[in-house]
Design a protein around this ligand. Structure first.
Ligand code: EPU
Length: 419
């Protein structure tokens, strides 16, 4: 298995170009199933999860063309298969996002039940209930969610809890329903807004995305078009923490500062000087050690769970004690046990981690367990003295484009050992 080897201790300094957002491009690729003709998607990041989604859409009969300018053209006019097999769904839970579009456009969908994953049990009951509210018949049988409906009918549905892909799935399905759908207690993440913008560019009538109430006026068909994916706020945040944890300076370009308020506020609390323009963010620690920050993860616009592991890594070498509470996923502290192998001082009590910053950590072999956990281990490796080897880095390739090249461009001594 491939490994990443980092020789830590260098403050990072430089500029990094941010890629398109993983959690926006995945639903947008699935949304192309709703259209009658080809949709062109720009600013697509080169990620393993994108390849998996293309494989899934390809199996269904979507014709895909990728050009070197980060553009994918997806032509769904010859879809023949409405089944998402377990082999693909088990490697990427976001495959559930084909459920709503397939059902709405073809009246039928079978998607393998994703099951649990490293960060928690992650049920999909809200996806199912939302589609049932629109009139779908849904059976769970033989490990598959089997959904059917002649034509979905607009309805009101209030989500039991805030769910990002749940909101996206039901919102996509409602675009082709007859009549008006009102969804309440919706996720307000920028990726939900980006998907709504893309749907509207395809002829849908979605209003209110970015608030907790989304109204969808159903239309008979969606057409092709062009849409550019929004920049990745989690990739941005990860590089900014790389600057902060090493006492350095990082300028993230082609990003969106307005999607990152909670993260930037915590970086300032950690002692970073933060400067933003519309599409750049600079974090400068001016050689200082970060101060520990306490935070609680919660749905957007609060602090994102997808940045929790990176801030935990920063707290390990910060001045003071940081208390981190994870409220979204029940098992998202796996990185902390690995960080103790580098010398971190961590105590876990339920969904809270108390991290007492140490002055220095030392490199060791450590193992990635999920995507954001791997990012936090790489960040810790940047500051630990000596050599840190991160095993199972395939997790990181799911969501970070060329991470070692991008960090290398900032002055990190990092290389990949092929498996
Ligand atoms: N939940 C339910 N029932 C449902 C749906 C969700 O109980 O039907 C619970 C989940 O178990 C969890 C909470 O609701 O406790 C929120 O989960 P959510 O559905 O919002 O997560 P998701 O849509 O499966 C997306 C991102 C995750 C990100 C979360 C939270 C995508 C493709 N994935 O997952 O991204 O952590 O929202 O913001 O958008 C990542 O990129 O590393 C990643 C895991």
């Amino acid at each position: 298995m491939a490994k990443i080897v980092i020789a830590g201790g260098e403050p990072l300094n430089g500029e990094v170009q941010i890629s398109g957002a993983k959690n926006a491009v995945l639903p947008i690729l699935c949304a192309t199933l709703l259209a009658d003709n080809a949709v062109e998607i720009g600013n697509v990041p080169h990620l393993h999860d994108v390849t998996t989604t293309m494989e899934l859409l390809g199996e269904m009969g979507v014709q895909l063309i990728v050009d070197e300018k980060l553009t994918i053209t997806a032509d769904p006019s010859h879809v023949t298969n409405t089944v998402a097999p377990y082999e693909l769904v088990k490697t990427m839970r976001a495959s559930i996002l084909v459920l709503g579009p397939l059902l709405a456009r073809f009246g039928h969908a079978e998607v393998a039940l994703p099951g649990g994953c490293a960060i928690g049990s992650r049920p999909v009951d809200q996806h199912i209930r939302g589609l049932q509210a629109l009139g779908a018949t849904v059976l769970v049988e033989g490990g598959f969610i089997k959904a059917s409906a002649k034509r979905l009918k607009g309805a009101r549905y209030v989500f039991d809890m805030v769910t990002v892909t749940g909101t996206e799935n039901v919102m996509m399905a409602a675009t082709l329903a007859s009549g008006v759908t009102v969804l309440e207690n919706c996720a307000q993440e920028p990726e939900v807004v980006d998907l709504a913008h893309c749907l509207n560019a395809m002829g849908a009538r979605v209003e209110g995305a970015g608030t907790n109430k989304i109204t969808i006026y159903g239309v008979d068909r969606l057409h092709g078009g062009h849409y550019d994916v929004l920049p990745d706020r989690i990739e941005t945040g990860t590089f900014l923490v790389a600057g902060a944890i090493t006492g350095g300076r990082v300028l993230a370009k082609k990003t969106r500062a307005d999607t990152m308020d909670a993260v930037l506020a915590k970086l300032e609390e950690a002692g970073a000087h933060v400067n933003t323009t519309v599409d750049t963010i600079e974090v400068d620690m001016r050689g200082n050690r970060p101060k520990a920050v306490s935070l609680t993860t919660a749905p957007y616009p609060a602090f994102p769970t997808d940045m929790q592991a990176q801030f935990a890594a920063m707290n390990t070498i910060a001045e003071g004690v940081g208390v981190i509470t994870e409220t979204i996923f029940e098992n998202r502290f796996m990185h902390l046990n690995e960080l103790t192998r580098l010398g971190a001082d961590v105590r876990i009590e339920g969904n809270t981690a108390i991290i007492r910053g140490v002055k220095k950590m030392t490199g060791a072999p450590i193992m990635a367990t999920d995507l954001r956990a791997s990012a936090s281990l790489v960040l810790a490796g940047l500051v630990a003295e000596g050599e840190t080897t991160v095993d199972r880095v395939y997790h990181i390739d799911r969501g970070y484009e060329n991470i070692e090249e991008k960090l290398g461009g900032l002055g990190a001594r990092i290389r990949r050992l092929p498996g």
